[in-house]
Ligand binder design. Structure first.
Ligand code: C2E
Ligand code: MG
Ligand code: MG
Ligand code: MG
Length: 279
């Protein structure tokens, strides 16, 4: 009887599961091909000092063009790239590309800017990771302090020691470290002690609402926590002036969001920075 019901379940679920698996494998194959053909792009979203309103840097964000003229969301393809291991090669390309673009900005006399680069767990398992980060920085003649690695809480949960050790070595070299999407993962507090952090990124889930409600209290708590730990804080997903004002009053240092600028290709970023400078 047990066997029979098992078989029934199997027959019931099999087509759906197969479809899922096929879809995933198709996506991964396509991603590998497109990456090989240099079709992935890196876009940049400016980051702003809440007090001076100046552009202080940007976050590099992957873009994968799709055949319909749009883009596949990174929320969809980055997990597939992680699952397949492709993120190791893609992430290495991202690091070199981001460093090269920061060098071009410096050469155009836009100096003192910071480039934030997202990093996934599988990259820390790559024995060449630390060296490739250093090489990208050195090859482009950058000050290591201008490169910031963005990691998430979930990254640290997998293999804490591996990540903590790698980050310490990179910190010694000079790069900065930010904890992304803070407050949306698990075990935040214990890792706050172990990780060599420079910045907390307040997730946009907590800046959406500015009236005195739960989100606002959480945003306030994160900003206070950051300040007490000696970390800078940056709020993600700022879409309205009320949100910017609210966070400024809380003592949040920096902001990033559609209100200032959406992620954009490098040439547009150059123009955006140029315009922002002269106005
Ligand atoms: P993230 O690192 O938290 O990046 C911020 C996301 O918020 C970006 O989504 C950005 O476009 C979006 N965003 C910024 N301001 C606003 C706003 O005002 N409103 C709203 N609604 N959204 C805003 P995006 O580009 O789709 O990236 C999603 C995630 O994919 C990133 O989240 C990051 O986790 C991952 N990702 C992107 N690029 C890379 C990469 O090069 N490497 C790795 N490992 N992950 C990446
Ligand atoms: Mg990020
Ligand atoms: Mg984030
Ligand atoms: Mg995220």
């Amino acid at each position: 009887r047990a066997k029979k019901s098992l078989k029934t379940n199997f027959e019931y679920y099999a087509p759906e599961m197969e479809e899922q698996t096929t879809w995933r494998l198709d996506m991964i194959r396509q991603l590998r091909d497109d990456f090989g053909e240099r079709k992935l792009q890196l876009w940049y979203q400016p980051q702003i000092d809440l007090v001076t309103q100046e552009i202080i840097g940007m976050e590099a964000l992957l873009r994968w063009p799709s055949s319909d003229g749009g883009f596949v969301s990174p929320a969809v393809f980055v997990p597939l790239a992680e699952y397949s291991g492709l993120i190791i090669d893609i992430g290495a390309w991202v690091m070199h590309e981001a460093c090269e673009k920061l060098r071009l900005l410096n050469e155009a006399n836009f100096t003192g800017l910071r480039m934030a680069v997202n990093v996934s767990m599988p990259q820390f398992r790559d024995p060449e990771f630390i060296d490739l980060v250093k090489k990208a920085i050195v090859d482009n003649g950058l000050a290591p302090e201008c490169i910031e690695l963005e990691i998430t809480e979930s990254i640290v949960m997998d293999e804490p020691q591996l990540v903590v050790d790698a980050l310490h070595e990179l910190k010694e070299f000079g790069v900065k470290v930010a904890l992304d999407d803070f407050g949306t993962g698990f075990s935040s507090m214990s890792y706050l002690q172990q990780l060599p952090l420079d910045r907390l990124k307040v997730d946009r889930a907590f800046v959406n609402e500015i009236s005195p409600n739960k989100s606002a209290f959480i945003a306030e708590t994160i900003v206070t926590l950051g300040a007490k730990l000696g970390l800078r804080t940056i709020a993600e997903g700022i879409e309205k002036p009320e949100q910017a004002n609210f966070l400024l009053k809380l003592g949040c240092d920096e902001a990033q969001g559609f209100m200032y600028a959406k992620p954009m290709p490098f040439d547009d970023l150059m123009m955006f920075i140029e315009q922002h400078k002269t106005t």
